[in-house]
Write a protein that binds this ligand. Structure first.
Ligand SMILES: NC(=O)c1ccc[n+]([C@@H]2O[C@H](COP(=O)([O-])OP(=O)(O)OC[C@H]3O[C@@H](n4cnc5c(N)ncnc54)[C@H](O)[C@@H]3O)[C@@H](O)[C@H]2O)c1
Length: 399
């Protein structure tokens, strides 16, 4: 669902996107009138609360989206981005916070979905005062929204936010900080990859299989390490030659250039770099039987999930298989223990096994089956009286 500005000044058109078809209306809506379209959009995507934050002194412009707190407080990072328009920022925060609800639900966490965006150029607007102002807005929500780092926000920025609120994760200055989530994310991806191999290829053991990995960054390099230990033959690519050299030296990987990665003859393809890489151009090139990697938003459009089914390729939905990072920060809220976080990330194996079986039973793409998995969990809990949050074990009203 995208809200696009039409030539008619002040009018926005809610356009159905095949990426987010369930998000609602397709008719034009008039801004500045009684039925302005913002509530229609919020309602169609099911959000509980959207908070527009403006600080006069620092010029902070931010939007916090709280999608659903049925399972617990809404947790999700803050993205700093120079959006082309305020409407683009709103749509992004609604879309991202909606995604967090599904991610947390599938991961079995007692968390709802939330996200925040700060509008502006990361090179120009960052200041202690601005982040502290943002922290005060987060604090004003009393724990309904818990923030963390996202694109263009680093640990130092979050430390400044944390000066004003306890509702922050992913920082190191407090006892129990969880540090770099990438090893746990990669462990979750490794576990999900094993589940996909078992389901599609009938193998419990990865030894001797060929796996291609796109992107040897924070997640990709740990994933390569776990796979190499199991005797997997790796084929890798990256835009950074030093990262390719690292994988070749450390894991005996074979290197290929850029787009060659899509066509290599492997059992599993693990995208760990970019979004939208499963599309009309790449899907016909694929020889892998399984796609299981850590990158976010791998399908360019939802219909590409069905295109993979048609080609007999099993796709591990990205937000399920890469939930290890969220699992890691969640553990900060309950008292961080790296082993517990890793064990929970390992449960992605069981979750994906259920998702694959359900997709097969219903004859639907795996991404649709994981959406249903999340929705089933949320509706089973909705309506439970006296729901408590995970920080203080207090009723919501008393956080
Ligand atoms: N780090 C986490 O804990 C985490 C958690 C959940 C999801 N993710 C997602 O996983 C993906 C990777 O995250 P990361 O933290 O490893 O990022 P990163 O920036 O550390 O690594 C990305 C790697 O991809 C490479 N790359 C960029 N463009 C490429 C291209 N066109 N072809 C091949 N390689 C390319 C980069 O050079 C880099 O080595 C992202 O989509 C991220 O959103 C990460």
């Amino acid at each position: 669902m995208f809200l696009k500005k039409s030539r008619d000044r002040g009018t926005f058109r809610c356009l159905k996107s095949s990426n987010y078809p369930k998000f609602g209306a397709e008719r034009p809506v008039k801004m500045g009138t009684r039925n302005s379209g913002i509530f229609e959009l919020v309602q169609s995507m099911g959000h509980e609360q959207v908070v527009f934050c403006h600080d006069k002194a620092t010029g902070l412009k931010a939007i916090i989206g709280i999608h659903d707190t049925t399972l617990g407080p809404a947790l999700g990072g803050t993205r700093l981005w120079d959006y082309a328009s305020d409407e683009d920022a709103l749509v992004d925060v609604l879309r991202l916070s909606h995604g967090m609800t599904y991610k947390a639900a599938c991961a079995g966490l007692n968390l709802g979905g939330g996200k925040a965006v700060i509008i502006g150029d990361a090179k120009k607007i960052k200041s202690e005062a601005m982040f502290r102002a943002f922290g005060r807005f987060v604090n004003s929500l009393g724990g309904r929204y818990i923030t963390a780092e996202d694109v263009n926000i680093n640990v130092n920025d979050m430390e400044q936010v944390a000066a004003e609120t306890q509702f922050v994760t992913g920082i190191s200055s407090r006892p129990g900080g969880s540090g770099d989530p990438s090893p746990v994310t990669a462990w979750g991806v490794y576990s999900g990859l094993r589940a996909a191999v078992k389901h599609r290829l009938g193998k419990d053991n990865l030894a001797g299989l060929k796996v291609s990995v796109q992107g040897i960054g924070a997640v990709g390099k740990y994933l390569c390490g776990y796979l190499a230990k199991d005797g997997v033959k790796l084929v890798v690519t990256d835009v950074d030659q030093s990262r390719i050299d690292y994988a070749v030296k450390e894991f005996g990987a074979v290197a290929v250039r850029d787009t060659e990665i899509y066509g290599v003859d492997v059992d599993v393809f693990a995208p760990c770099a970019l979004g939208a890489i499963l599309n009309d151009e790449t899907i016909p090139m694929l020889k892998a039987k399984v796609i299981a990697g850590g990158a976010n938003n791998q399908l360019k459009e939802e219909r590409h999930g069905a295109a993979l089914v048609e080609r007999g390729i099993l796709y591990a939905p990205d937000y399920v298989i890469n939930a290890g990072g969220l699992i890691n920060v969640y553990n900060e809220l309950i008292g961080y223990n790296g082993e517990v976080a890793r064990k929970q990330a390992g449960n992605i194996y069981q979750t994906l096994t259920s998702v694959f079986a359900d997709a097969e039973k219903r004859g639907i793409p795996t991404g649709k089956a994981s959406d249903l998995f999340a929705e089933r969990r949320i509706s089973s809990v909705r309506g439970v009286a006296g729901l408590r949050n995970t920080i203080t074990n207090q009723p919501w009203s008393k956080i």
